[in-house]
Design a protein around this ligand. Structure first.
Ligand SMILES: Cc1cc2nc3c(=O)[nH]c(=O)nc-3n(C[C@H](O)[C@H](O)[C@H](O)COP(=O)(O)OP(=O)(O)OC[C@H]3O[C@@H](n4cnc5c(N)ncnc54)[C@H](O)[C@@H]3O)c2cc1C
Length: 421
């Protein structure tokens, strides 16, 4: 197993300060940075800018009163974690001096005038704008699917509170029910997450409705850590989880809101509950203002994370094409940190430092049984490319898997503490 040195986030913030030479911009007048999105990427960028001690006004725009993590939401389905533990208040961030917090949605960006228009009617001007809106869905890519169809076929895949209807439907299932999960093609948010979700649903069913079954219809023929998930499923859940790859009929064609059925590779299937995870793209605001290209994701400079389509606007988190980096909370924090530092450097007239990026994701397959995958990355030829990777090995002992599960819990606690604490 190749290991990477995980940079401590606090150390990261300290070094962000030194990357910015502790110089102040007050001589040139107070600069304004506006950040759209109070998620993992946006908050990390805001905190990094503040840690730089530059005289910069930082304003975060976020419509929700609090943040609910998608990460760890699978554990709520299993009953390993309570639902309320996913909720985090913005209270501490709002109290931070020099962060102005605006509870609103950014509706439009006028790049020519360097202003953002908000749902409240207010207009904010910026010297640099950071856009971190997370993902949106390509609803029309699935015949019959729409925003209203998502009530019948919950995706539970953008913000964490969407886990509620999925959990309620799971609890209401009869013993012996069939539950389908449809997984889109890459790229999508946190590629291994649907497989952790299947594991956590199977854990719930095994303990409460043991005659039930989970079938995963996949638009791909492989998934990360597949040769570690599949044997673990067999061991912990017997034949309760079935995975159907694309070449064996896994690709979802359509959903039917009239009777709750789904059509997969031409066959009509009627599960008691279908968790349809639609194909994805950058969050709406990025598309509306032309920050995304035809892939649906936002192309950015690999060093500064400035948009290659619109100057003075940086895009971070799941909304970007991050090259070899996966779309994860850990990646979003790494991108937020690099972006905050780069924006500070631009504002004091320095060139951004060539960054290192990192990612580490943990997944729970069963009680005390965790898997991990991640790596370090760097800019090369305009892309973010992999430097070193690591992952749980095939055939690890139970004690190693238990330690990984603990590491995952620690990662969640430390990450949320650093963001919201
Ligand atoms: C089931 C599941 C499990 C996962 N597990 C893991 C895991 O184990 N480890 C891991 O690292 N990652 C995991 N992830 C991925 C992780 O949740 C995302 O990668 C991460 O949240 C991305 O951060 P972000 O800042 O890009 O977007 P988000 O965290 O989604 O934040 C985007 C924010 O922008 C706001 N916003 C959107 N549009 C606007 C607008 N117009 N104006 C103002 N604000 C706006 C939203 O309200 C939101 O608060 C998981 C995801 C899912 C779905």
């Amino acid at each position: 197993m190749v290991s990477i040195k995980r940079r401590n986030f606090i150390q990261g913030l300290v070094s962000a300060g030194s990357m910015l030479s502790a110089r102040r911009v007050s001589a040139q007048g107070r600069k304004k940075v506006v950040i759209i999105g109070g998620g993992v990427g946006g908050i990390t960028a805001a905190r990094t800018l503040l840690a730089s001690h530059l005289d910069i006004d930082v304003t975060v725009i976020e419509p929700n009163a609090f943040y609910t993590t998608c990460f760890s939401s699978g554990l709520v389905l299993a009953g390993f974690q309570s639902r309320s533990e996913l909720d985090f208040s913005y209270y501490n961030l709002k109290r931070v001096e020099n962060i102005a917090w605006v509870q609103a949605r950014a509706d439009h960006i006028d790049a020519d005038k360097s202003v953002v228009r908000l749902s409240t009617g207010d207009v904010l001007s910026y010297d640099r704008l950071i856009v971190a809106p997370g993902i949106g869905f390509q609803l029309s890519a699935i015949e019959g699917y729409s925003k209203s169809a998502s009530f019948l076929f919950p995706h539970a895949y953008d913000l964490g509170h969407r886990i509620d209807p999925l959990k309620a439907r799971l609890k209401a299932l009869d013993d012996g029910a069939l539950l389908a999960i449809s997984v889109p093609e890459r790229p999508y948010r946190c590629t291994p997450a649907p497989y952790e979700r299947a594991s956590m649903i199977a854990h719930y069913l095994k303990t409460h409705k043991s005659k039930s079954k989970v079938i995963i219809f996949d638009s791909k023929n492989e998934f990360p850590l597949m040769d570690r998930f599949l044997p673990a499923w067999e061991r912990f859940y017997g034949d309760m989880i079935e995975w159907v790859p694309a070449d064996f009929g896994g690709k979802l064609d359509a959903v039917n809101v009239a009777d709750g059925s789904i059509i997969v590779d031409g066959e009509i299937i009627s599960p008691a509950l279908a968790n349809i995870i639609p194909p994805q793209r950058a969050g709406d605001i990025a598309l509306t203002v032309g920050l995304a290209d035809k892939s649906g994701w936002c192309p950015v400079d690999a060093v500064s994370l400035e948009s290659t389509l619109i100057p003075k606007i940086h895009v971070i988190g799941d909304a970007i094409d991050a090259g070899d980096m996966s779309k994860s909370a850990h990646s979003a924090a790494s991108l937020g940190y690099v972006c905050g530092a780069a924006v500070g450097q631009f504002l004091i007239g320095e060139a951004p430092t060539i960054p290192d990026y990192e990612n580490a994701c943990y997944f729970i397959v069963a009680q005390d049984h965790g898997l991990k995958v991640g790596g370090s990355y760097r800019p090369k030829d305009g892309r973010i490319v992999g430097k070193k990777g690591f992952s749980s090995a095939v055939g690890e002992t139970d004690s190693v898997r238990k330690a990984t599960a603990f590491d995952g819990v620690n990662w969640y606690q430390q990450t949320t503490q650093k963001l919201f604490g």
